[in-house]
Design a protein around this ligand. Structure first.
Ligand SMILES: O=C(O)CCC(=O)C(=O)O
Ligand SMILES: [Fe+2]
Length: 189
């Protein structure tokens, strides 16, 4: 595990082959089949350029960009992945999954900085390798990390306050990629 200390207290932990390839193959196949994948609306009448799915503990709703994402119950595959990531860092009650069907699917620059969200996000990538890019809000310093089959990226510290991240489109012909972001969403008492 590589620890990258970012400007202004952001922390990024990176491990390229966190999950061995045979196990990552099994996770990818299971998640493609067992998740309920949806394409959700984005701003200005567009649709998000990817598919998503929401899983977690009962009663968790993750709101972002005006969308309510109600968690479906954890699957066995997700619980297995969650345990592996928690053994490194963090404690999670929700997972947002993103499925990038090809190089035209992407995720724009954003921070996961909703007030109810914990500062630790555990992100596992499966399938095609895509670039995970981060950029400092003020200095615009940019870094790029290859997110491959079994790569773990943990975002922690103040990263969501001072940095944004995204998955750019690519003109290179790439296969499908599934990413899981495990989060901790605070519930109202
Ligand atoms: O696909 C990725 O690696 C990034 C996903 C992400 O940033 C998010 O779900 O908030
Ligand atoms: Fe994100």
């Amino acid at each position: 595990m590589e620890t990258i200390e970012l400007a202004d207290g952001g922390i990024l932990l990176y491990e390229h082959a966190f999950i061995p390839p045979e196990i990552a193959d099994r996770y990818l196949a299971s998640l493609r089949n067992e998740c309920v994948w949806e394409q959700k609306p984005a701003l200005f009448g567009h649709m998000q350029p990817r598919l998503t799915a929401s899983y977690g503990e009962a009663g968790i709703v993750y709101r972002y960009s005006g969308l309510d994402n109600v968690a479906r119950p954890w699957t066995d595959t997700m619980l297995e992945i969650k345990n592996r990531i928690e053994s490194v860092h963090g404690k999670y009650n929700y997972c947002l999954l993103n499925r990038y069907r090809d190089g035209a699917d992407s995720m724009g620059w954003h921070a996961d900085d909703e007030p109810e969200m914990g500062n630790v996000i555990g992100s596992l990538s499966l399938g095609a390798t895509r670039k995970f890019r981060i950029r400092h809000n003020e200095s615009k310093q940019t870094m790029s990390f290859p997110a491959g089959h079994g790569t773990l990226i943990l975002m922690a510290g103040t990263m969501q306050q001072f940095w944004k991240h995204h998955i750019p489109k690519t003109a290179v012909k790439v296969d499908e990629r599934i990413n899981l972001t495990f989060r901790h969403i605070q519930t109202n008492p």
